[in-house]
Design a protein around this ligand. Structure first.
Ligand SMILES: Nc1ncnc2c1ncn2[C@@H]1O[C@H](COP(=O)(O)OP(=O)(O)OP(=O)(O)O)[C@@H](O)[C@H]1O
Length: 295
């Protein structure tokens, strides 16, 4: 490849080969193999502290890459210059602090890569921002200062900012934590639409039931290693057969500091495996073609 803009059109949006990540030379994630194809949605599950956030931060270059290969859109991480193509919703909100900004201003930063230098927001930018705010149910708070919002609301602002960037891949670290059921459903619908347009989704979650309609595959981690990678139905079978290794036995802590009860694999709404659309058989599955949708 000769230019940073060149990336193979059908290359996986994310590919890890035996990748290790950590902090200050201490490996937390070891020898991870993971592929996300365009238009494919993966959930990354595992108990607290097993390294899920470390893996997603690692593939974005936000901690130490200690071994193996990381490719984004076919380009090695070290040479990747199209960071704007990947929307990232971090686990902990980072919006409160010294700088004061309204919800709208934060979401507008998601449009920056699409604007020319010093360009003003155009009608299309406004439309995309409005729809991103709508999706997360924050339209009424658009003019509010983010420092006045709860942790859950700040997370929704971060989701809106990521959506406003119209990314080709979306990496979300527990996006549904602190989001009420109605907005979780709305978010799931939007994620489905993005996936159908060819966006690759990697979602760290403790609430897999809420996202089941979107998911193609589930990847499970334990103690820094990937211990399962398969379809949702395969995961459901495997976790029934081996609930100790693959069952949900983690605690969820939300941004407002509350400990939530452990999530359960069984979908309380009864969607279950029967509600799962069979799509991909794994990493090598063909990606659906990109549809064009209105903004
Ligand atoms: N910035 C950091 N510096 C050093 N160690 C860290 C850092 N962030 C995380 N760790 C360590 O890495 C390990 C894995 O943490 P990580 O946050 O990746 O787990 P997780 O699976 O995302 O957990 P949770 O489900 O609780 O969010 C933990 O032992 C944690 O203490």
């Amino acid at each position: 490849m000769t230019s940073a803009r060149v990336s193979a059109p059908d290359a996986p949006v994310i590919r890890l080969r035996s990748a290790s990540f950590g902090y200050a030379d201490r490996a937390v994630v070891s020898r991870a193999d993971l592929t996300v194809a365009p238009g494919e949605a993966l959930a990354l599950l595992g108990p607290n502290g097993c390294g899920k956030s470390t893996l997603v931060k690692g593939l974005l270059g936000l901690n130490d890459h200690l071994g193996g290969e990381v490719e984004l859109f076919g380009t090695p991480l070290a040479r990747f210059r199209q960071r704007y193509r990947i929307g990232y919703v971090p686990q902990r909100h980072t919006l409160s602090g010294s700088v004061s900004a309204t919800v709208r201003e934060v979401v507008a930063t998601g449009r920056l890569p699409h604007q020319g230098l010093l360009a003003r927001l155009g009608a299309r930018d406004h439309q995309i921002m409005a729809s991103a705010l709508d999706v997360v149910g924050m339209t009424d708070q658009a003019r509010q200062d983010v420092s006045t919002l709860s942790g859950g609301q700040q997370r929704r602002v971060l989701i809106a900012r990521a959506l406003a960037g119209e990314p080709d891949a979306l990496v979300m670290d527990e996006p549904t934590a602190g989001v009420d059921v109605a907005n979780q459903r709305l978010l799931t619908t939007v994620l489905q639409r993005l996936r159908d347009r060819g966006v690759g989704l990697l979602i760290v979650t403790h609430e897999v039931a809420a996202l089941t309609p979107v998911l193609d595959r589930i990847v499970h981690m334990s103690a820094g290693r990937i211990t399962f990678d398969g379809t949702v139905a395969e995961f459901e079978r495997a976790s029934r057969a081996d609930p100790l290794s693959l069952g949900d036995h983690h605690h969820h802590h939300d941004d407002d500091g509350h400990d939530l009860p452990p999530a359960r694999w069984v979908d309380p709404a009864g969607v279950g495996a029967s509600g799962i659309r069979p799509r991909s058989a794994g990493a090598g599955a063909p990606a659906p073609s990109k549809e064009t949708h209105g903004a």
